[in-house]
Design a protein around this ligand. Structure first.
Ligand code: NAD
Length: 499
């Protein structure tokens, strides 16, 4: 399950299985990429760079528009594959993952033709200066397992739109739709070697990729711990790095908020992708007058969520991405409970779905609401990455914002209020790469996604991402034609020819 130089390839490493986490069935098995396979992929990307970096923006754009059209034709199959490898509901894959990816491809197809920079001008009267925005070279990207298709697209599209070539490594447990995206690129006429996929474990395949000398830029989406580790690995090589790391997104619900809107926003934000979303709503801080009603409201709405077979369009909540993740989520909940936290609802793996499906073979976890925990406790401070919402009360506006900021992460947050000034103040004070007002999760391809603090730096999506995958070159041209310059006086004493 590799894709190198325009075609599927086999790795030569140990076997890795792809398991449907909702059923426990093995749906694919493949040999992982070894460092030698990574070498082949990077060599293909380096070879392709010369031609692709010189392709006109219009040619790159046309090819990427064709990728979008191919994905649209194949969307049903890709959505089914995404559901099979992640356990996410087919409704989410069909209405969010696949169309979101197609929109991203279309956006970057447009961005390829819209290079922006400073005006060329005589900033010194004797010289014309101009800016070239150039691709960086071979990009090495690492993606996580929560949104395999979208994360691969977020990495691949801005990089190739700007004229780079790329080797991307999806998470070893979710490779299939990244391969499908690479195949769509080839079928659309993107030259061989521009988009390559190597699949395998982080410590072997991943490290071989990020430390490869030919890889000029590393773009990583995943946990904060691994992001920091990779940054350490490559720090002495002075490569460009882009890190999209963990999150622990707060909702700050002020006492004038629309309660129904805030409750539904919190539940949807907490349960999307079974909470395995770096911007998922994880901590709701609710101003005291609304607190009891909010907790009751969330519990009532959680009780209506249908957990079951992810392949049914009726299912709201599918399984987590792996048994390992299920155990990890349960561990957090058990420790929160042992610490005195109140599990208002959920807090266990369900055994039967709303539709009667046997869920015991899968990695399901019931929607969980926890209250009565301390701000410093693990469940409030660490990323759980599961369908778990913690609710805490606050009094003054500043306290709510201070609590929201009191974690190591800063990826996304939301503020809920009917008062515009209050909302705008919150948007200024909350430390996060995205602040929603009266919503949570919504995305637009034109707008950036990325964090601050322990959530990393660099932007995905939008023209900001496009710029990140380019380098700015200053070209300065003497327009006097004279052999001697005034500044030569710093070197040569005496006459400088009047310049
Ligand atoms: P992870 O950090 O365990 O793995 C991410 C990727 O890194 C995988 O492909 C993995 O194989 C690879 N990897 C692991 N060790 C490596 C190493 N030593 N060298 C190179 N690569 C290595 O994360 P995960 O569990 O797959 O994904 C969940 C995490 O991703 C969460 O923390 C989540 O918040 C984060 N995430 C962030 C964003 C964002 O945009 N900020 C988006 C999605 C997910």
């Amino acid at each position: 399950m590799q894709f190198i130089n325009g075609r599927p390839a086999d790795g030569s490493g140990p076997e890795q299985q792809v398991v449907n986490p909702a059923t426990g069935e093995v749906i694919a098995a493949y040999p992982e990429a070894t460092p030698a396979d990574v070498e082949t992929a990077v060599a293909a990307a380096a070879e392709a760079f010369r031609e692709w970096s010189r392709a006109s923006p219009a040619d790159r754009s046309d090819a990427m528009h064709r990728v979008a059209a191919i994905l649209r034709e194949r969307s049903g199959r890709i959505a089914a594959d995404e559901t099979a490898q992640t356990g996410k509901p087919i409704r989410l894959a069909t209405e969010f993952d696949v169309p979101g990816t197609i929109d991203n491809v279309s956006f970057f197809a447009g961005a390829a033709r819209a290079l922006e920079g400073k005006a060329a001008a005589e900033y010194l009267p004797t010289h014309t200066s101009m800016i070239r925005r150039e691709p960086i070279g071979v990009v090495g990207s690492i993606a996580p397992w929560n949104y395999p298709l979208q994360m691969a697209a977020w990495k691949i599209l801005p990089a190739i739109a700007a004229g780079n070539t790329i080797v991307v490594k999806p998470a070893e447990i979710t490779p299939t739709t990244t391969i499908a995206l690479a195949q769509a690129c080839t079928d659309a006429g993107i030259p061989d070697g521009v988009v390559n996929v190597v699949t395998g474990a982080g410590a072997t395949t991943g490290e071989a990729l990020v430390t490869h000398d030919t890889v000029r830029m590393v773009s990583f989406t995943g946990s904060t711990a691994v992001g920091r580790h990779i940054m350490g690995l490559i720090s002495h090589r002075a490569k460009r790095i882009h890190l999209e790391l963990g999150g622990k997104a707060p909702l700050v619900v002020f006492d004038d908020a629309d309660l129904e809107g805030a409750v539904h926003g919190a539940v949807a934000g907490a349960l999307i992708n079974a909470g395995q979303d770096c911007t998922a709503a994880t901590r709701a801080y609710v101003q005291r007058p609304l607190y009891d009603d909010f907790v009751r409201g969330v519990a009532d709405v959680l009780a209506t969520v249908r957990t079951g077979d992810p392949t049914s369009m009726e299912t709201d909540l599918g399984s987590l991405s792996s048994r390992r993740q299920q155990e990890r989520v349960d561990g957090f909940v058990r420790r929160a409970e042992a610490d005195g936290g109140k599990v208002v609802c959920g807090g266990a793996a369900p055994t039967t779905g709303y539709d009667g499906t046997d869920l015991t073979r899968g990695a399901f976890y019931s929607p969980t609401l926890i209250t009565d925990v301390d701000q410093r406790s693990e469940i409030v401070q660490r990323e759980v990455f599961g369908p778990v919402l913690v609710v805490l009360p606050f009094d003054g506006d500043d306290e709510g914002i201070d609590l929201a900021n009191d974690v190591e992460f800063g990826l996304a947050a939301s503020a809920w209020t009917r008062d515009l000034q209050r909302g705008l103040r919150a948007s200024r004070e909350i430390e996060a790469g995205t602040v929603w007002i009266n919503d949570h999760i919504a995305l637009a391809s034109e707008m950036p996604h990325g964090g601050v603090k322990g959530s990393g730096f660099g932007k995905d999506m939008s023209s900001y991402a496009f710029e990140e995958y380019t380098t700015v070159k200053h070209v300065m041209v003497d327009i006097t034609g004279r052999p001697r310059r005034e500044w030569h006086r710093t070197i040569f004493t005496g006459d400088t020819g009047g310049q």
